[in-house]
Design a protein around this ligand. Sequence first.
Ligand SMILES: NC(=O)c1ccc[n+]([C@@H]2O[C@H](COP(=O)([O-])OP(=O)(O)OC[C@H]3O[C@@H](n4cnc5c(N)ncnc54)[C@H](O)[C@@H]3O)[C@@H](O)[C@H]2O)c1
Length: 134
Amino acid sequence: MSLERLSDRVLIVTGAASGIGQATAIRLAQEGGKVLASDIDAEGLADTLKLANEAAGDTGGECITHVADVSTEADAANTVETAVEAWGRLDGIANIAGCCARVAPTSSTSTPGTGSWPSTSGAPSSCAGRPSPT
Ligand SMILES: NC(=O)c1ccc[n+]([C@@H]2O[C@H](COP(=O)([O-])OP(=O)(O)OC[C@H]3O[C@@H](n4cnc5c(N)ncnc54)[C@H](O)[C@@H]3O)[C@@H](O)[C@H]2O)c1
């Protein structure tokens, strides 16, 4: 099976400094995608950059990184602009930024806003709400 099914596709992955987001960025690059890996954690993004570009090999896949807080409208807009500036288009977003360790258990969700939930609650709408440039 070809691993290059995402050739010439431009993809943003938020939350790409660790966990699911990092694994997603690596896999998309391995499948030939042009990947903008975004996160608030610059150190973790450096690991992702190395791992994703190693995984890309000669598939044509490529990874660049962008430090951004997806819960802010300005950072979300800048993330999209950075991908389009790099590759001229945008085909998809894996909006994975988030946190779970400090969120209250579901039995306590009648009082939302505990832990760090507010810092990421706007993430899906901030990035995914950007109009497609293509
Ligand atoms: N791991 C699981 O089993 C699981 C299951 C269901 C849902 N989830 C959800 O999937 C998401 C990712 O999970 P994970 O296990 O990979 O977590 P993780 O903590 O390993 O990764 C989350 C990443 O999001 C980044 N991040 C947090 N807030 C951000 C912000 N405002 N802007 C940009 N980046 C931000 C963090 O720096 C981190 O790199 C979380 O929202 C989690 O709740 C995870």
